[in-house]
Design a protein around this ligand. Structure first.
Ligand code: ZN
Length: 202
């Protein structure tokens, strides 16, 4: 079933199960906005399998990573096309927020509307950090694919972020409209090789 169909189905199920005003007030008084929503309407963060196109786009992300201040690089893909690319520019821009994911999102938005970001797939050489996962979720990016995991990089990165799935799951529990699918380990060894050649610890 196509994603749009799924969403329409969920939307119509949600409409049929709209809570009464009394139930809504009780749920709010009880501190649980999630209690207002039927299970099917709750957002989730899930892991998913790699797809056939993933390796090709990951190679493009690794090419970006090779140009980065640290070996993190990103491409954003929509309808089988790379729409934006971003290397890590934290040193060149003297900006701790200029991670590859953030650079790619900003470049995408410099040329396109926020609506066009929704439904895209973001490929990154390394597992996104909490800041980038927050941006990914708020932008409505559908799917994240990464090469090296946080755990893979634990020996090389001093400030180890939380796993992307942990962050996405926590956010989805609090904000039901935020959801994403995560696929890790695509071209993992090639991604890790980039981290071998570049000194990442200060
Ligand atoms: Zn990041």
């Amino acid at each position: 079933m196509a994603r749009g169909q799924q969403e329409r189905t969920v939307g119509s199920a949600a409409a049929q199960a709209l809570p009464t005003r009394r139930a809504a007030l009780a749920a709010v008084a009880g501190g649980s906005v999630l209690a207002l929503l039927p299970d099917a309407a709750r957002a989730d963060a899930t892991t998913g399998p790699a797809r056939t196109q993933d390796e090709g786009f990951m190679r493009e992300a690794l090419a970006m990573a090779a140009e980065g201040d640290t070996p993190f690089g990103t491409v954003i893909v929509r309808d089988g096309q790379v729409m934006a690319r971003g290397p890590n520019l934290t040193r060149r821009l003297a900006d701790p927020t200029a991670h590859g994911e953030m650079v790619a999102i900003r470049r995408f938005l410099a040329a396109r509307t926020p609506e066009e970001l929704k439904g895209t797939t973001l490929y990154s050489s390394g597992e996104p950090c909490a800041m980038c996962m927050g941006a990914i979720l708020w932008c409505g990016i559908d799917r994240v694919v990464y090469g090296a995991s946080t755990q893979d990089l634990a020996a090389r990165i001093t400030r180890l972020p939380m796993p992307a799935l942990t962050i996405a799951t926590a956010m989805a529990q609090q904000a039901p409209f935020l959801k994403v699918e995560i696929t890790g380990g695509v071209l993992r060894d090639e991604a890790l090789a980039l981290f071998e050649t570049v000194k990442t610890k200060p």
